[in-house]
Design a protein around this ligand. Structure first.
Ligand SMILES: *Cc1c(COP(=O)(O)O)cnc(C)c1O
Length: 357
């Protein structure tokens, strides 16, 4: 039986992705070959990557002068590629959590970094009303903070190039891509299995802002845009699975539908947390993530946490233990997570509270 999967990453994927990827592993269309055996330069795989790219463009209404790339190395490699390519003197990093901190550390290897952060309060809020100097090369933000459970749901504009790590909320809402110089993320939080990284990059930004340093070929963005993500062998099977997930998003009504469903799931779970005497949320209400819902037990129940996680797992809810750096609980309610999954978890919370409180 399939469990109620609340893992933070790799994430739950739609049945369609699992079924069609399984089939394609045995035989891709009528090629007599597995999708894993196809030449990445042959027409059959080219059709797969073209479709994945076209779906990205269609679902997010990506403007003409942007490229969509499928790369290896995870979002973590982007942490280093971004400053390597684009940090000439000074960049601005909004430090809103564990991943943002990692991105910022890489940037510090290449230039001056202005940091605005919410670490004074354990990253439980999104800083607002801060000033961004006009002379920075770019601003880097993390739209969804997977570990701390906060999210930026607006498309900001600081009048300087904006780069966003959208690893864990990609395809969960409409995004005004024209506001961003670049958007990137690991696929495994919301749109596919681990092993492929998506990059959406404005071509003018990419061509006109390259830092004056020697950059290894593989780490240059224009290497990959010029070769259509085929400078080297791309992660073929992962791209296939992303394509299937994007087809599912489209079938479900696109990112507008994902947005509504994300609201429904998150509201239902946060309401349960807020009306409970046992559980409480950990972050500033207005900055709550819809993708990673972090909660803990009130102090007098603290020692029951492990019991609760066990109780929930007996009801087939997996992945709700909080990140090791935060503790408590975290339910990741990505696109493929259903209201039914959330209801099972909320029932478990209510039953547990009745039994113990
Ligand atoms: C998981 C995560 C990353 C790291 O992604 P990898 O693909 O494992 O390198 C980066 N940023 C955010 C917001 C994440 O959630």
């Amino acid at each position: 039986m399939r469990k109620h999967i609340f893992n933070a990453g790799p994430c739950k994927l739609p049945d369609r992705t699992l079924e069609n990827t399984s089939k394609a592993i045995l035989e891709h269309l009528n090629t007599g070959q597995s999708v894993m055996e196809l030449s990445h330069r042959g027409k059959d795989f080219q059709a797969v990557i073209d479709e994945a790219e076209a779906l990205f463009k269609e679902l997010l209404k990506i403007p003409e002068n942007y490229s969509v790339l499928f790369l290896g190395g995870g979002a973590s490699l982007q942490f280093c590629m971004i400053p390597y390519n684009f940090l000439k003197k000074k960049a601005f990093y909004l430090n809103t959590g564990t991943w943002a901190t990692k991105a910022l550390k890489e940037a510090q290897l290449w230039g001056e970094v202005i940091e605005v952060s919410s670490k004074d309060k354990e990253f439980t809020y999104i800083p607002k009303g801060f000033n961004v100097p006009k002379d920075v090369d770019y601003v880097h933000i993390t739209t969804n903070n997977t570990i701390k459970g906060t999210e930026i749901l607006e498309d900001w504009d600081f009048g300087v190039p904006l780069i966003a790590d959208m690893s864990s909320d990609m395809m969960s809402r409409p995004v005004d891509v024209s506001k961003y110089a670049m958007i990137y993320g690991g696929a495994q939080k919301n749109i596919g299995p681990a092993g492929v990284t998506f990059v959406i990059i404005n071509n003018d930004f990419m061509n006109n802002n390259i830092a004056d340093r020697t950059i290894p070929t593989m780490l240059k963005y224009n290497t990959h845009t010029e070769e259509g993500s085929m400078f080297n062998t791309p992660p073929c099977i992962n791209i296939f699975a992303v394509k299937e997930t994007l087809l599912w998003v489209k079938e479900m009504g696109g990112v507008e539908a994902m947005d509504k469903l994300a609201d429904q799931r998150a509201n239902f779970l946060y309401n349960a947390i807020d009306s409970s005497k046992m559980f409480r949320g950990t972050v500033n209400k207005e900055d709550r993530s819809r993708m990673n819902i972090c909660f803990v037990m009130h102090d007098q129940y603290k020692e029951l946490e492990a019991d609760f996680i066990k109780f929930a797992s007996e009801r087939n809810c997996v992945g709700i233990k909080g990140h090791r750096s935060v503790g408590g609980c975290r339910a990741s309610t990505y696109n493929a997570c259903t209201m039914e999954d959330v209801k099972v978890l909320v029932n478990a919370m209510e039953e547990f509270e009745k039994m113990k409180a």
